[in-house]
Design a binder for this molecule. Structure first.
Ligand SMILES: NC(=O)CC[C@H](N)C(=O)O
Length: 224
């Protein structure tokens, strides 16, 4: 474990990577920077923009951002990064957070539009892509996440051509954190697998100046 000394106190160091093949990676980096600038954590955190296996090798945690999962998957394969990503996300000592397309990329099973996406297959769920429809059906909803983020009862969650978890394939490993009602049934839009994998259908990185979700991710997953 890497460590650093500040004022005589030994602090563990952790590197949070943001996968930068395509999509909203800069927005995640910006929210993480705001967390580091305004909050105190028990570990020393640095942020790494990840494009190569060398970048990924530095990381303890990885955020896979929103974008287009088909493009993300194809770019990962063409750049040769795919096997390194596969190994990383299947390593239980690593932390991973997939948002939107990142959720799709991590999933074991796709209900639809699966022809061109080679997923990383680690998240034991069945996911429906574009579950709410196309871009025109994208929306922002104020959500009460206080059941798992204390006090966070009014988070403005943005859903952009969002996927949903239609079925949890391993209910021991995967816990639903938040659900929405869709066509008379509940669908999962935030979930955790074991202690180290978080997925959200929505984009906390697009919540203007609201870093509560990223702060919770750092405390709940990265600092643990
Ligand atoms: N905002 C997003 O990441 C959209 C995901 C995209 N609709 C897909 O299926 O890959």
């Amino acid at each position: 474990m890497r460590s650093t000394k500040t004022k005589g106190l030994e602090k563990k160091m952790k590197v949070i990577g943001v996968l930068a093949l395509q999509g909203a990676f800069l927005e995640h980096a910006s929210h993480l920077e705001k967390c580091l600038a305004t909050k105190n954590y028990e570990v020393e955190i640095t942020i790494e923009i990840v494009k190569t296996p060398e970048d990924l090798a530095k990381c303890d945690a990885l955020i896979i951002p929103g974008g287009e999962s088909t493009s993300m998957s194809l770019i990962a394969q063409r750049t040769g990064l795919y096997p390194y990503l596969y190994e990383f996300v299947h390593n239980s000592n690593k932390v991973v957070w997939g948002t939107c397309a990142g959720l799709i990329f991590l999933s074991a099973q796709l209900e639809n539009e699966n022809a061109l996406v080679k997923t990383l297959g680690v998240l034991k769920v069945d996911v429906r892509r574009n579950a709410f429809g196309r871009q025109a059906q994208s929306f922002t909803k104020e959500c009460d996440f206080s059941k798992f983020i204390p006090g966070c009862d009014n988070f403005r969650a943005t859903f952009i051509r969002a996927p949903v978890v239609e079925k949890i394939l391993d209910p021991i490993a995967v816990k639903s954190l938040y659900e929405l009602s869709m066509n008379g049934k509940n669908v999962v839009v935030a979930a955790q697998q074991n202690h180290n994998i978080l997925v959200t259908s929505f984009h906390p990185e697009l919540a203007d100046n609201d870093i509560r979700f990223h702060d919770w991710f750092i405390r709940q997953f990265v600092c643990k």
